[in-house]
Design a binder for this molecule. Sequence first.
Ligand SMILES: *Cc1c(COP(=O)(O)O)cnc(C)c1O
Length: 405
Amino acid sequence: MFLRKILDKKSSQNKQNSTRKMPLVMTPGPVLVPEAIMEAVALPIIHHRTEGFETDLAWVLENLPKIFKTKEKAYILTSTGSGAMEASLVNTVSPGEKVLCVVGGKFGERFGEIAKAYGMNPIIHNVEWGKSFKVSEIEKILKENPDIKAVTCQACETSTGALNPVEELGKVVAKTDAVLIVDGITALGATNLNMDQWNLDVVVGGSQKAFMLPTGIAFISFSKKAWARVETSKTPRYYWDIRFEKKANEKNQTYFSSPVTHIRALKTALEIILKVGTDEFIQRHLLIADALRHAGKALGLESFAENPSSTVTAFKLPANINGEQVQKIMQDKHNITIAGGQDQLKGKIIRIGHMGAIEKSHMLVTIEKLSLTLNELGMKTDTTKALAVISDKLKNLKPLPHVEV
Ligand SMILES: *Cc1c(COP(=O)(O)O)cnc(C)c1O
């Protein structure tokens, strides 16, 4: 009820300023936060060194690895996803050591930048934006450079919407001395990603993506092969030294002050995901992504990524349509936030995120308003047809269950 009061207050404030209500956030992070999670966020603050909080933390630490599909522990970092990317490198690679960074977009570049900042020796393997990496090419580089200590990649490169063959890469890297570091920030929880079975050594996730939480915490897990590196890495580290966290977690505590609000919200998110079932939750994303792509096709839009992820869809735009205009009209006129292209893709694509708490109604209104927007910009689209397509594809989509906070 407290939450209702805040929401009412917020929308009446918005009404005074303009006629707009709360925006519908359809971006690949942050994502929509379901009401049960907002209720958890609104809970009064308690101290983190208390039994009440430690019980919640213990539950979260026990259940989080289920999302990674690992028998190892998973850790919570108080940072955005990029902090966990940094933690993955500083704990497993020493200065001067070679890191093969597979780069197919903005987030791939980030690993290269982090490696460079710490004096590691990044070897950049560029993949055309929108394409998925080819495992055979990476295998060749690994053979030519047996001294590569780590390979970094994105399970889903959010800037292009491309899904990568991480499982296949796992088989190749497992035969070498290198550890495989996977940025699963827009994959973990929402796409098929099996840390143990696929031989992934470090997997990273973020709260404001498939976990349906506000931005602010990140997740990371290390395989046994990666743990051996944690003990020997010569890279200076303090905040990111995962050994502190490991020790604290053994006592159901976090090493630094716990993000109490986020962790209780994470508990609610995990309860929702586990109630749906981890595999069902993944299936749900596949269904929504497939529906969106078919509806996009009905509008005359093609996927930019060759092998698109089920968490974010990038649509190529016709040459006469500017993506930034599409974003602006969607925001200003229809109150729907979508993402655009970055760098070389600026204005050329739009990206729609569909992770977590997306329901049929969100997809319908997004397609309807996108169609109207494209029409306004001079593209002939058939709104009725696109709506019929998406509505039919999503006819069996079950709403996410409610959980009590
Ligand atoms: C969002 C995202 C990040 C960055 O996460 P921040 O929380 O903004 O630091 C990194 N990698 C991928 C694939 C992402 O989608």
